[in-house]
Structure formats: structure tokens, C-alpha cells
Ligand binder design. Structure first.
Ligand code: SAH
Length: 352
């Protein structure tokens, strides 16, 4: 079968400045053009090559022939009337959809992005994993979620959390490249200290990330105080034992100096007892870390419920008694709430 030209176009928004420079040189163009184009793509976030008015018409048309600058299209946007939280469902060029969220805090705008279409990690309480993994997102597709939201709200995005659909460390290369491009002085320049990646705990990839010495925050999805309980909730725990995962997180801290956050979804009758709190204390006493409690978001396909408010509060108090640094995650956009992956899932259900 003949390959269509469009199938082999270069995804120019996924090239870092170095690669873009080499690419333009291979086209016989001068290196400084790369900086101009990179700035159009990542600083000014141009929607197409025609906007790049300081390039010659000839170069623009050559770029159009050989490259794509993928732009995501919002197919659904929900805005919370309570706190301005916005949920976006974006269509990718191949028709897959991913979701992203914008939260407004006193310290700025934070965007939560997806790293994969679907997920293969299988956490029992999570909606993202129900249809399995469709595919990895490219750096351009992760960056575009941030760029389109910034353009939509007309404000600067200062913080990015990779906590949407997908397991970022299962898409390691693209994820790391995205972080480097996002924090690059020639692009949006989001400080690495304002970028957080959440992982279910793929141990070898945590070591790899630690050795890369980025300044991003690592958040580990812990969700249970013991190996046995964790195994009941998260299939990844079959592969990596809890002590191994915690050791990898400590290594991350040692290598980067960045304090690790541990996320703990509180689920009624599953991991919310005083004994669970005591076990957690034993894991973290005296350690420089931060524990974030998240009352589980009910997902209609799953049997899990949030504990009552007083149970959540006493769980937190129990941990504080032992000097553990703990917060309860503030619920944003309660009226448009849906756990991770639910918007995408309901879109898929409607279009089946
Ligand atoms: N794959 C990454 C990112 C996933 S989503 C990870 O596992 O960390 C970000 C966080 O939301 C994770 O801690 C995830 O376990 C949690 N999460 C997923 N579904 C949830 C739900 N229904 N209620 C509360 N937290 C949930």
C-alpha cells in the first residue's frame, strides 16, 4: 500500500529546540530560524504556520508540506459555578479524546493534564483504566492541553500537575521531554518546581527519573498502609512491593532534594480505620514528606465510597499526632466533579 504523505509528516511541536535546529538545517535553512519557529509554537502558541509572519512565504509552505503542528480541539468544556474550575475534553488529531482540568488558586493557575489516552495500570477505584490503554500521548499533545487552556482563559499557567488520565512513567520518554520543553526558557517556561508528576509506583522508572535530576515534585499514589491492602487496590503492587516503592521514593528525594508527596485516597471501610492511620505513621514517622489525603471520588462502575467527614478528620488528626505533615485535598469544582477519566468515559459511552 502506498504511504500517504500526510502519514509521515514531522510532529514539529514534539521537537525540542536542538532537534528543531537540526531539522531546519537538514532542510537547508539557517539555525536561527529554529528559535523563531520554536517561539511561535511554544511561546506565542501559534495555531498554524500562516501565523508565523516573520518567516518567508516559501518557508511557511515548506513547513506545511512536511510538518504538522498538532492543535487540540475542545469538544466539551464544563465550568464550575462555585470556584471557576474548568474541565476540558480535548479531541486529538486521530479522534481519541483526553481530559484536562484548570484550577484557579491564590498562587496562580494550575492545569492538570493527561499523559495517555486510557491507562493500563488497572487501579480498582479509577475510571481512566476501565477501557484499558489506547495509546501514549506525544509531547506535543501534552503541551497542547496546557497551551489551549492558557489561550482559553487568557491567563498565564504557572503550575502543571500530570495527574489526569494515564500513567506518566509508563510513557517515560515523552513525559520527560514534555517537562523539559515546558520549563525551557524558549517556551512557556513553567518552573520545574511548579510541575508535579503522579505515579502509581513503577519502581525502575522512579530511579530513572531521580537520576535525571529534574526539579519536579514526585507524587506517589500510595492509597494503602500495607503491601497486602495496596495489592487489593492496585495491580502494580503485585509487581513492586511496598518497601521497594518507598525506597525508590527516598532515592528520588536524595537525588533531587525535592520532598515527595504521598497520595492516599480514603475509601470507606477499606483504608480509613485508626489502625490504617497507625500503620501509615509507622511508615512515615520522622521522614521529610507530605501526605495528601483525598476522599475517594465515587465512580459509577466501582463500589467505593467516601468516608464520612468526621472519619476523614480523625484520620488526619491521628497522623498529625505523630508529627506527620498531612493535608486533606480541597475539593475543586464540586458541581462538575467527576473523578479522573470520568468525562472521557462518559463521552466514549455516548459515542459507542
Ligand atoms: N497514573 C498516575 C496518575 C493518575 S491520577 C497515578 O497513579 O498516580 C492522579 C491521582 O488520582 C492518583 O493518585 C490516582 O490514584 C487518584 N485517583 C484515581 N481515581 C480516583 C478516584 N476515583 N478517587 C480519588 N482519587 C483517584
Amino acid at each position: 500500500m502506498e504511504t500517504k504523505k500526510s502519514d509521515i509528516k514531522t510532529d514539529v511541536k514534539s521537537l525540542n529546540l536542538c532537534e528543531l535546529t537540526a531539522y531546519l538545517e537538514s532542510m537547508g535553512e539557517q539555525a536561527y530560524r529554529a528559535k523563531q519557529i520554536y517561539s511561535w509554537l511554544h511561546k506565542r502558541q501559534a495555531m498554524d504556520f500562516d501565523e508565523m509572519t516573520d518567516l518567508s512565504a516559501k518557508l511557511r509552505s515548506r513547513l506545511k508540506e512536511t510538518c504538522t503542528a498538532s492543535v487540540l480541539r475542545p469538544v466539551e468544556v464544563l465550568t464550575s459555578r462555585i470556584d471557576g474550575t474548568k474541565k476540558y475534553l480535548f479531541a486529538l488529531a486521530d479522534g481519541n479524546v483526553v481530559e484536562s482540568v484548570r484550577m484557579k488558586y491564590r498562587h496562580g493557575n494550575s492545569v492538570c493534564i493527561s499523559s495517555q489516552a486510557g491507562c493500563r495500570m488497572g487501579c480498582r477505584f479509577c475510571a481512566s483504566t476501565i477501557g484499558g490503554l489506547v495509546r501514549n500521548l506525544r509531547p506535543s499533545e501534552m503541551l497542547e492541553q496546557i497551551y489551549r487552556i492558557g489561550a482559553d482563559i487568557g491567563e498565564r499557567i504557572s503550575h502543571v500537575v500530570v495527574m489526569g488520565c494515564g500513567e506518566p512513567l509508563d510513557n517515560y520518554e515523552h513525559f520527560v521531554k514534555m517537562v523539559e520543553m515546558l520549563s525551557d526558557a524558549h517556551g512557556l517556561q513553567v518552573s520545574q518546581r511548579n510541575i508535579t508528576v503522579s505515579t502509581c509506583g513503577i519502581v525502575p522508572q522512579i530511579y530513572r527519573l531521580a537520576e535525571r535530576r529534574l526539579q519536579i515534585t514526585l507524587a506517589l499514589s500510595l492509597h494503602a498502609p500495607s503491601q497486602q491492602k495496596r495489592q487489593e487496590l492496585m495491580p502494580i503492587a503485585d509487581k513492586y512491593q511496598l518497601p521497594e516503592v518507598l525506597k525508590a521514593c527516598e532515592y528520588y528525594f536524595e537525588q533531587t532534594g525535592r520532598r515527595v508527596t504521598y497520595e492516599y485516597s480514603l475509601i470507606q471501610g477499606v483504608n480509613d480505620t485508626p489502625e490504617d492511620a497507625r500503620q501509615l505513621c509507622r511508615l512515615f514517622r520522622g521522614k521529610n514528606c507530605h501526605l495528601n489525603l483525598i476522599p475517594v471520588n465515587p465512580v459509577k462502575e466501582r463500589p467505593f465510597m467516601q468516608p464520612k467527614t468526621d472519619v476523614v478528620t480523625s484520620f488526619k488528626n491521628n497522623l498529625e499526632k505523630y508529627g506527620i505533615n498531612v493535608t486533606i485535598r480541597r475539593e475543586m469544582g464540586r458541581d462538575i466533579n467527576g473523578a479522573c477519566g470520568q468525562l472521557r468515559k462518559s463521552f466514549a459511552d455516548k459515542h459507542e
